[in-house]
Design a protein around this ligand. Structure first.
Ligand SMILES: C[S@@+](CC[C@H](N)C(=O)[O-])C[C@H]1O[C@@H](n2cnc3c(N)ncnc32)[C@H](O)[C@@H]1O
Length: 253
């Protein structure tokens, strides 16, 4: 919580509040991701990239992926949405224009930033409090037919609550999409793979996301429709795997 509330989103919020003109999401992304060119993982290759450009490529790739499932979607909901940048970047696509937008986030500064940049960007977003680690998980009630997604957020939970997949499935989403580092996907035959695993361990990130999704599938709660290990890596030591699932509808009674 401190990493984001104080050190990251808190500092960005102070800067935004001092800006006389308001700050849109593109400008905020530049403030946050600005830096020297650094190594990123692009389709398995390590390449040197400008960090803002690498982040934008990631958002564009995720937008394309989500838009492929946009037909009939009622809402777009991001869990652990930070300052709303990915949600707003994805939702800018005209194919998602009819979707209600919900940013669910733990930190007050993240939620406040989301509302400020959405307003400056001319988009309507509901920013709601949520603790993904709580058993109650969410008082959230997305409309049936929503697309729910996470991007580098589940990795911060020590453990996914046992009810996580059941709860999300009970919302009857049309698709659930995770982009999360999955240490189970690190190639232990390469130095890079071993370093990725060690990086997650040392930082205390969740080590069982892919296994938990497999277990939910084995329990008949979800049907995994796509699993793309190490899909993107703006930090090559922390590549995000892409995993998509749909709820399995069980006959009641
Ligand atoms: C690395 S940021 C990612 C933000 C955004 N999804 C993105 O891709 O830019 C991780 C986010 O997860 C949020 N988070 C961490 N633990 C959480 C929890 N238990 N419940 C909800 N959000 C949480 C953090 O506050 C932070 O905003």
């Amino acid at each position: 919580m401190r990493e984001f509330e104080r050190d990251k989103w808190g500092r960005l919020l102070e800067r935004v509040l001092q800006s006389p003109t308001g700050v849109d999401v593109k400008e905020l992304d530049e403030w946050f991701h600005n830096g020297l060119p650094s190594l990123v993982l692009d389709q398995g290759e390590l390449v040197l990239r400008d960090p803002v450009a690498a982040y934008r490529s990631y958002v564009a790739l995720l937008r394309e992926t989500i838009v492929a499932h946009a037909v009939g979607a009622t809402a777009l909901v991001e869990l652990g949405a930070g300052y709303g940048s990915v949600l707003l970047g994805v939702a800018a696509d005209p194919a998602l224009a009819r979707c209600q937008l919900t940013a669910a986030e733990l930190t007050p500064s993240g939620r406040r930033l989301t509302k400020l940049v959405a307003a400056a960007t001319g988009m309507l977003v509901e920013a709601v409090e949520c603790d993904l680690e709580a058993e109650s998980i969410m008082q959230l009630t997305p409309a049936p037919g929503s697309i729910i997604f996470t991007s580098f957020a589940l990795m911060y939970l020590n453990r996914l609550p046992s009810v996580f997949f059941e709860r999300v499935a009970s919302w009857r989403p049309s698709m659930v999409i995770h982009v999360e580092p999955c240490t189970e996907h690190s190639d232990t035959q390469t130095i890079l793979g071993l370093l990725q695993r060690r990086y997650a361990e040392v930082n205390g990130y969740n080590l069982t996301i892919a296994s938990d999704i497999c277990a939910a599938q084995a329990q008949g709660i979800v049907e995994v429709t796509l699993s793309e290990p190490n899909w993107v890596g703006t930090n090559p030591l922390l590549p995000g795997s892409l995993i998509m699932w749909r709820p399995v509808h069980r006959a009641s009674g």
